[in-house]
Design a protein around this ligand. Structure first.
Ligand SMILES: NC(=O)C1=CN([C@@H]2O[C@H](COP(=O)(O)OP(=O)(O)OC[C@H]3O[C@@H](n4cnc5c(N)ncnc54)[C@H](OP(=O)(O)O)[C@@H]3O)[C@@H](O)[C@H]2O)C=CC1
Ligand SMILES: O=C(O)CCC(=O)C(=O)O
Length: 433
């Protein structure tokens, strides 16, 4: 079983790291919380509350392998805060999943839902497993058993999972079926990101990439850049990265690099992104289709206008932050940089548009899906995309207002919007008993 990190603090309350270990998602999330709270006059007891998850569920998930042997995996569901509504957030299948990672990612979900003004709190979960080493049957059994283990703590009004790295609409369909079978009725609203044929929303799969592309476009407009004259490098070519790259390509930007786990395709003249299969269509295809392969590390330091890290967390660190040559970093992945790297980029005048705004299209369309499930009425793709664009525009304007009014970073501006809403809700509800 993974242990969890005890975060220590200095006299001002800022978390300190006294080990040579890389900063965990939880440490990064807590540092960001402290930093943003210094700009706001909020009740310190609310900040204290928000440092901790409400509950973390840790379960063991045994499955029978195709060869008849039994293997046991560890799964988590970290529920951070639910003051504004049911817990909401994805499920990740990846070998590096830990308790702390889920807590940190769950915190980011709380802020993300608040930036978007959605009636949800934040959660995240996952299983420490390499999904590429599972057959489809093994993945299905793992998902059904995990659902059974967390069945009491999820539900359409309690906690609503969704896809993240290593999971997809099919995984969500198995979760919905396993939950519904146990409850004795079909309950589509227990999970979002399902296939549309069973109550999923049209447009959900491409939504996080769509919001990354929309925010990139708004950033370019804000800084007087033409998208047609903008070069972009995208790390990761999955649900987030491939959809962002393809849309930006369609809207006129030049995508010079995309990558998978093995490396990056690089073409300064521009990549035809529609011709390269995404992770969902064919995992690890980017490097197979590339004439020129560079490393993922080289991709990050390319001299481009916009860098979009859209794969793992903590890829930009103290070690490589000085070498980032992009003018803007739009965070497609959750937590792609450590706090030290963030400060280095800020000092270097590189504008960083935070994950909690940029990739929030996923959870926003999940909210639309939840509404469609409650009302048993599907929306058209056109309606989903129009409403998503309107929500992204509204959130961008709220963040931009704080950015200009307080002269802070884009990250702090987004946190200020989120924390103000969350602390108002905490103060209104009070502490029970
Ligand atoms: N899916 C969602 O709804 C949302 C996801 N996010 C975040 O976006 C990020 C990506 O998630 P998602 O797109 O869903 O994931 P996917 O599993 O769909 O795709 C992940 C992509 O990253 C690549 N990748 C994996 N490991 C590495 C590595 N070490 N270096 C470079 N590339 C790598 C994969 O390559 P390969 O094909 O070789 O495996 C694949 O192209 C995560 O941080 C996630 O939390 C944020 C908002 C919503
Ligand atoms: O759609 C959702 O509920 C959550 C998606 C997610 O996990 C994320 O935005 O990081």
């Amino acid at each position: 079983m993974a242990s969890h990190t005890e975060v220590t603090h200095d006299e001002s309350g800022e978390p300190t790291t006294d080990s040579a270990e890389p900063e965990s998602a939880l440490e990064t999330a807590r540092r960001q919380l402290y930093h943003a709270a210094t700009h706001l006059d909020i009740d310190p007891s609310v900040v204290e509350r928000l440092k901790y998850p409400k509950k973390v569920h840790e379960v063991t998930v045994p499955i029978r392998r195709d060869d008849g042997t039994v293997e046991v995996f560890t799964g988590y569901r970290a529920q951070h805060d639910s003051v504004r509504g049911p817990f909401k957030g994805g499920l990740r299948y990846h070998p590096d999943v830990t308790r702390d990672e889920c807590v940190g990612l769950g915190m980011w979900m709380t802020w993300k839902c608040a930036v978007m003004d959605l009636p949800f709190g934040g959660a995240k979960g996952g299983i420490a497993v390499n999904p590429k080493e599972l057959s489809p049957g093994e993945k299905e059994r793992l998902t059904r058993r995990f659902t059974q283990e967390i069945r009491d703590v999820i539900g359409p009004n309690q906690d609503i999972p969704a896809p993240d790295m290593g999971t997809d609409p099919q995984t969500m369909a198995w979760l919905m079926d396993a939950y519904s079978m146990q409850e004795g009725e079909t309950i589509p609203g227990v999970v979002t990101g399902k296939p549309p044929v069973i109550g999923g929303s049209k447009g959900r799969e491409e939504a996080p990439g769509r919001s990354v592309a929309t925010i990139t476009q708004l950033v370019c407009e804000y800084y007087d850049r033409q998208l047609e004259e903008t070069t972009v490098a995208v790390q990761g070519y999955g649900s987030v990265g491939a959809n962002a790259a393809r849309l930006l390509d369609e809207w006129g930007a030049t995508i010079v690099a995309i990558s998978d786990v093995n490396g990056a395709m690089y073409d300064p003249a521009g990549i035809d992104t529609a011709a390269v299969p995404s992770h969902d269509e064919e995992p690890e295809a980017v490097t197979t289709y590339a004439d020129d392969v560079i490393s993922n590390e080289e991709l990050l330091t390319l001299d481009v206008d916009v860098l979009i890290p859209a794969a793992l967390g903590n890829v930009i660190t103290e070690e490589n932050a000085e070498a980032i040559a992009a003018d803007f970093v739009v965070e497609g992945a959750n937590g792609p940089m450590t706090s030290a790297a963030d400060s280095i980029l800020t000092d270097g005048d590189i504008a960083v548009i935070p994950d909690i705004l940029a990739n929030a299209g996923g959870v926003t369309v999940s909210y639309f899906e939840w509404l469609q499930d409650i009302n048993r009425r599907a929306w058209s793709l056109e309606r989903v995309n129009d409403e998503l664009e309107a929500e992204m525009q509204t959130a961008w304007e709220s963040v931009r207002t704080e950015f200009e009014r307080r002269d802070v970073t884009w990250r702090d501006a987004a946190y200020i919007v989120a924390l103000s809403r969350i602390s108002e809700a905490h103060e209104a509800r009070g502490l029970w008993p």
